[in-house]
Design a protein around this ligand. Structure first.
Ligand SMILES: NC(=O)c1ccc[n+]([C@@H]2O[C@H](COP(=O)([O-])OP(=O)(O)OC[C@H]3O[C@@H](n4cnc5c(N)ncnc54)[C@H](OP(=O)(O)O)[C@@H]3O)[C@@H](O)[C@H]2O)c1
Length: 242
């Protein structure tokens, strides 16, 4: 068996494609998520993949998951997240506004920082790779989701500087519209899809496999000099910055 990779949110969407890409390269892959069913389906369908069930916003569950994962961990892909407050509150509704900020910071920041902290002691040095999935939303909103993803950019930059002397790279992948995921839930329909596709000059959404290919490169041994970066994958929706 090759390297050990951990993919949070690996049961669906982008995470599932990342798990498939890393498994295809011969890595042992641990997929982590809250629902056992999608994780079990991925583990059953891909060689060398096993499932660990945990809500990564909960420190006790993260600590237990880290024990089940074991180590040394060569690759950590922080992919779990979502938009936990997709519709803005009514103007002036401070209680809902507060709840929405807390929901998105909890749902997007905590799974990344807690799982990373829990696995840092067993991360391979040198050679460890940390890749965190944020979003085009981190550059342009919507507010609470984009704000929670944007918080991960300085976190990742600081960690990259801290771990570079130990031969560990830390990068961010910020995807644009990726329709073949569970991300959009009931909001997805033909009109929504057409509108989102038109936001990119490419005129389409990306595929989970297209995001996974970049993650796999960042996770590869040859990407050792590529650290502290934010790679955008959005069909040109936002020209390079960040
Ligand atoms: N799809 C897009 O257009 C798009 C664009 C930019 C960025 N992103 C980001 O890409 C990442 C992957 O999302 P996706 O598009 O592939 O959507 P998805 O299919 O909904 O995948 C999200 C995954 O994260 C897991 N997850 C969420 N909260 C979790 C928690 N607290 N603990 C453990 N697992 C958790 C979910 O599994 P459980 O529900 O079973 O826990 C699910 O497998 C997310 O961070 C998302 O914000 C997506």
């Amino acid at each position: 068996m090759g390297r050990l990779a951990v993919v949070s949110g690996g049961g669906t969407g982008i995470g599932r494609a990342v798990a498939a890409a890393l498994a295809a390269e011969g890595s042992e892959v641990v997929v982590v998520g809250r629902r056992p069913e999608p994780l079990a389906a991925v583990a059953a369908g891909l060689p060398g993949v096993r499932a660990v069930t945990a809500d990564l916003t909960d420190p006790a569950q993260v600590a237990r998951a880290a024990k089940e994962i074991g180590g040394p961990v060569d690759v950590l892909v922080n992919n779990a997240g979502g938009n936990f407050a997709p519709a803005p509150p009514e103007p002036g509704d401070l209680e809902t506004l507060r709840a929405q900020w807390l929901a998105n910071v909890t749902g997007n920041v905590l799974p990344v920082v807690l799982l990373t902290e829990a696995l840092l002691p067993v991360l391979s040095r040198p050679g460890g790779r940390i890749v965190t999935i944020t979003s085009v939303a981190a550059f342009r909103g919507p507010a609470t989701y984009g704000g929670s993803k944007a918080a991960l950019h300085p976190w990742s930059a600081e960690l990259a500087a801290r771990l570079a002397p130990e031969g560990v790279t830390v990068n961010v992948v910020a995807p644009g519209y990726i329709p073949e995921t569970e991300f959009y839930g009931e909001r997805m329909n033909a009109e929504f899809h057409a509108g989102r596709s038109a936001q990119s000059p490419s005129g389409r959404g990306g595929t989970p496999a297209e995001v996974a290919a970049t993650v796999a490169h960042l996770a590869s041994p040859l990407a050792g000099f590529l650290t502290g970066q934010i790679i955008q994958i959005n069909g040109g929706a936002i020209p390079g910055r960040g």
